[in-house]
Design a protein around this ligand. Structure first.
Ligand code: PLP
Length: 221
């Protein structure tokens, strides 16, 4: 037993009522943990590391929707392009160009989220407003025909200061609304924000997708 089933069912139905997608973050957890949740009907799983994603996806059911939520290096894009469902952490135009290139080669359209830097921590990846606007301009010009820009993703500071977390989510939601207006595309509909410790605040601030690991699978080592 890897999964807190009661908690999962409760969480899933609460999120479904709000039309919010639950990405179960299975990084570092065994295949058996994913199978347990899959058996309950869950299809969206999130992984942070390319190698781990490759080895898990090779043996698990093909209808699992794999979300890549970690920091993606350009030289590893090629390996996940054939099957990835959504890449959450696109934080540079260089990476977007590589995704375009590999998606074209693979003959598919790949969905991505642009990651914004919203926390006060320097170590977290992400775009600032100016970088976002430059990328949006190029997207509007049609530079990435094999990429579907579905929305934005961000991580709040790791802090007990819930007011700060809320403020950071608000900033992300503001960027999301602005970008949505700017890009004028109905496919731009996904705001990935909220993890085990802060998803309730994220929901109050307009999240449409939460990435939850430890709450479902227990603490990671
Ligand atoms: C690990 C991780 C999560 C899940 O974290 P929990 O606190 O276990 O819910 C969500 N998003 C990203 C980007 C992560 O790396």
């Amino acid at each position: 037993m890897f999964v807190n089933k009661e908690r999962y069912l409760q969480l899933f139905s609460a999120l479904q009522d709000k039309n919010v997608c639950l990405v179960a973050v299975s990084k570092t957890k065994p295949v058996a943990a994913i199978e347990e949740l899959y058996a309950l009907g869950h299809c969206d799983f999130g992984e942070n590391y390319v190698q781990e994603l490759l080895s898990k996806s090779a043996i698990l059911p093909k209808d699992i929707r794999w979300h890549f939520i970690g920091h993606l290096q350009s030289n590893k894009v090629k390996q996940i392009i054939p099957f990835v469902h959504l890449i959450h952490g696109v934080d540079s135009e260089k990476l977007l160009l590589e995704i375009q290139k590999q998606a074209l080669k693979a003959g598919r359209q790949v969905a991505v989220l642009l990651q914004m830097h919203i926390s006060k921590e320097e170590t977290k990846y992400g775009l600032d407003e100016e970088e976002l606007n430059v990328i949006l301009t190029h997207i509007k010009k049609g530079s990435f025909p094999n990429v579907i820009i579905r929305g934005l993703m961000g991580m709040a500071s790791f802090t007990d200061n819930l007011l700060q977390v809320r403020d950071e989510f608000r900033v992300l939601k503001m960027h999301f609304d602005n970008a949505k207006n700017n890009i004028g595309n109905s496919m731009f509909d996904t705001l990935s924000m909220g993890m085990s410790g802060d998803y309730q605040i994220a929901l109050e601030e307009g999240s449409t997708m939460v990435r939850i690991g430890s709450l479902l699978f227990g603490q990671r080592n």
